[in-house]
Design a protein around this ligand. Structure first.
Ligand code: NAD
Length: 320
């Protein structure tokens, strides 16, 4: 009997090849859209393994019904979409894809930070609308980067890579993380501070924490009030890390200068307040979206699933 696996959405071919070369019968969701909970269940019924995405909710109820699964490979570094403890209770290993997307996510974060400070989206919309009548001394003035302070919340792989990029712009680094980060401190002259100090001193705040019960709404109205009026908030981590309602109010009242967001609290729904705010630069969750990175993520997820299907501990296990 062949091992059977379900892939919840079309992914780069290299990932499917790895599964097939390992002798597995692979079924891929033929439609290029997120499956409903019911459809995902139908796809997984009777299968040994699942390769899923951050848009699939794998909760306790799902796992109870799909307890025949011998492994779940998430094609993302964040795994807040999976109840990993409930999976562990059933002996189901779960894996993620750390590292292979760090540079792409940091590049996108940096592009978003610059776009927010220099009002790129707003300026392009103006030009495309035919409103550009010539250079102007006060046209689309933004904020400087050199000499300013970058506050990194969550100094793991991506937070560190963002810190590295800030050096080309001669920025000062402060960060907050339960662990010390020697790359930021020793190589980039960064300083570890308490969250409240970071909020008060930063000109740019960039979020790189995983979404957990502890980090949900880590940035709410209290934290936004502590930020400088001239500061910008950049979020490429997970939407619910920021209280979006509070962010809209802070932007509307001018409590902060702007926000650059790649992720949203109720994705793919976007708060209408954000859509109408020119000081917000909004992207459709494309942090890791390069051809090379998504290929590496698909390969890594597939290799993890192959290990799980052989009864081995996957190299990137997050729960057992
Ligand atoms: P990582 O585990 O290397 O880093 C996370 C860091 O956050 C760790 O150093 C951890 O100690 C720290 N942290 C945890 N709780 C904290 C808290 N309360 N306050 C401060 N720091 C805290 O993870 P990574 O590879 O850098 O990825 C970070 C996150 O980025 C992922 O979990 C994922 O959700 C998100 N991500 C988004 C995209 C995108 O497409 N926008 C792409 C990749 C990753």
């Amino acid at each position: 009997m062949k091992t059977t696996v379900f892939v919840s959405r079309k992914i780069p071919r290299a990932g499917i090849d790895i599964l097939e070369e390992a002798g597995m019968a692979v079924e891929v969701n033929p439609e290029d859209r997120v499956l409903t909970a019911e459809e995902l269940m139908v796809g997984c019924r009777g299968k040994d393994g699942l390769l899923c995405l951050l848009t699939d909710t794998i909760d306790r109820a799902f796992l109870k019904k799909m307890s025949q699964l011998k492994g779940i490979a998430n094609m993302a570094v964040g795994y807040n979409n999976i109840d990993v403890n409930a999976a562990a209770e059933r002996g189901i290993p779960v894996s993620n894809t750390p590292g292979v997307l760090t540079e792409a996510a940091a590049d996108l974060t940096w592009a978003l930070l610059v776009a927010t400070a220099r009002r790129l989206s707003e300026a392009e919309r103006y030009l495309r609308a035919g409103e550009f009548t010539g250079w102007g001394p006060l046209l689309f003035l933004g904020g400087d980067l050199p000499g300013r302070t970058l506050g990194i919340i969550g100094a793991g792989r991506i937070g560190t890579a963002v810190g590295v990029r800030s050096q080309g712009f001669r920025m000062k680094i402060i960060y907050t993380d339960p662990n010390r980060n020697m790359v930021l401190e020793e190589e980039l002259d960064g300083r570890r501070v308490e969250l409240d100090t970071l909020l008060a001193q930063s000109d740019f705040i960039t979020l790189h924490v995983p979404l957990t019960e502890e980090t949900r709404h880590l940035i709410g109205s209290r934290e936004l009030r502590r930020m400088k009026k001239t500061a910008y908030l950049i979020n490429t981590s997970r939407g619910p890390v920021v209280d979006e309602e509070a962010l809209v109010e802070a932007l509307q009242s001018g409590e902060i200068a702007g926000a650059g967001l790649d992720v949203f609290e109720k994705e793919p729904h976007i708060h209408p307040g954000l859509l109408s705010l020119p000081s917000a630069v909004l992207l459709p969750h494309i942090g890791s979206a390069t051809i090379e990175t998504r290929t590496r993520m698909a390969e890594m997820a597939a290799r993890n699933l192959v290990a799980m299907m052989k009864g081995e501990r996957p190299p990137d296990c997050v729960n057992l």
